[in-house]
Design a protein. Sequence first.
Lengths: 272, 272
Amino acid sequence: MAVTCGPDGIPQWRRRTPRGDLLAWAGWLGAVALTMLCFHYISERTIWAFVWDAPAQGADLVSRMFPPRWSYAAQLWRPLWDTINIATLGTALAVLLGVPVAFLAAHNTTPSRALLRPAALFVIVASRSINSLIWALVLVIVLGPGMLAGILAIALRSIGFIAKLLYEAIEEIDPTQVEAVEATGAGRAQVLAWGIAPQVLPAFAGISVFRWDINIREATVLGLVGAGGIGMQLQASINVLAWPQVTMIFLLILVTVLVSEWVSARVRHAVI
Amino acid sequence: MPGDAALLSVEGLSKRYPTGDLALDDVDLQVPAGQVMALIGPSGAGKSTLIRCVNRLVEPSAGRVRLEGEEITGLGATALRRARRRMGMIFQEYALVERLTVMENVLSGRLGYTGFWASWFRRFPRRDVEQAFRLLDRVGLAHMADKRADALSGGQRQRVGILRALMQDPALLLVDEPTASLDPRTSRQIMRLLVELCEERGLAAIINIHDVALARDFARRIVGLRAGRIVFDGPPEALDAEVLTRIYGEEDWSRALRRPEEEDAEEAATAA
């Protein structure tokens, strides 16, 4: 970058020119100053008395949360099962709808770059830009409270996620394998099934279980807005300040998430 | 017309890529049935483009290609797929569908003759499966039929690639650098196998190859391509320093033109 000639005629090299050095330092200085300014702004709008009190408040809440109310678990199995079903059915629906969208969106498989590809990309962006909780909020208003709203909320959010990751995987496949299948005289559908599908299968399995894993976690809060599952119990328990019950729910969610992580890791490992 | 006697007849074929590169410049070529022809030339001379224009994996910009009297250029999608069945293609990096089994890869040569659902459920006619087993046995890979293609060595993969092409019941093989990824011994074995199979079945072949010694040892006819034009067409014996200079450019060709046996003798002498 900065090659200069020393007095003895030997070229000298530095990473930046002196001007570049100055600019880099100025950049760092600016970043630090901005951080300090922001902190000052936040600090002015914080009631510090509450923050200093936080450890005592936290300790108080924890003392009320323990021990968990173990007997409450008996009432939680059903909502927990609902939660898992919401996540699983929602993911399945999203896979069903997301896979065709992915093939329409990938530039090497889309039948029409001018029309269908932008449409598919729009579906992906629209689905991804709205959180499941907000989808659920809207769907509970439209469909009424219950699991169906939860399933659809999960599905609507996941279509974009699955389609986006899958179409990126489709665009990265080895084109010569596809060419080889085309060269045999195979039809379009056969090229898809024999040349492309085998190549994206591992990515597809990984993406689906990854999304299922995320959806289990998301499904646990959907109940807060009335879309079924264990979140409804959480909402009810918080409303009546039944903290030992809240702890019990947290524990169950933790165990469920652990199990789902384990399952998805196993699936991803199996399909390579 | 004299061209009609040939199995493959290429007239005035040109290809200009969207980048502006003229890969093929008014190429005329006739290949009679059963002739094994080597296409040599420097990298970027248009060898790959030429054989890809024959089965229209690359769309030619101008000119005509006829196979068995049928004009390939200008065929609609369905008719092109039908015509491709008569042209088996073999690739440099084998282009097997890596995650499918050896048997599936071999049977994929029949895709052009098999309906979508039959191929989806892997219900190939018994005759095809028997033929596949016979061919696998012929190249010593019958015990590998159920292995995944990515578990095979380079030489084994290329054998599977050859079988896939043969399963198409082709009249012509389009072979793109079959030995470029193989060691010298395996390269010779693969070339020998190719030539033997062509002789057994009366197949014509266009073999792109940049190894001049291999071309000279295994092909009956050599065509030299330089910058998209045919600059040599003759028997292997006619390859001399002058011709090689015409194809590849100025170089001391005296060592490259010795027979392999002479090299062996010299190596033995050096070792002793």
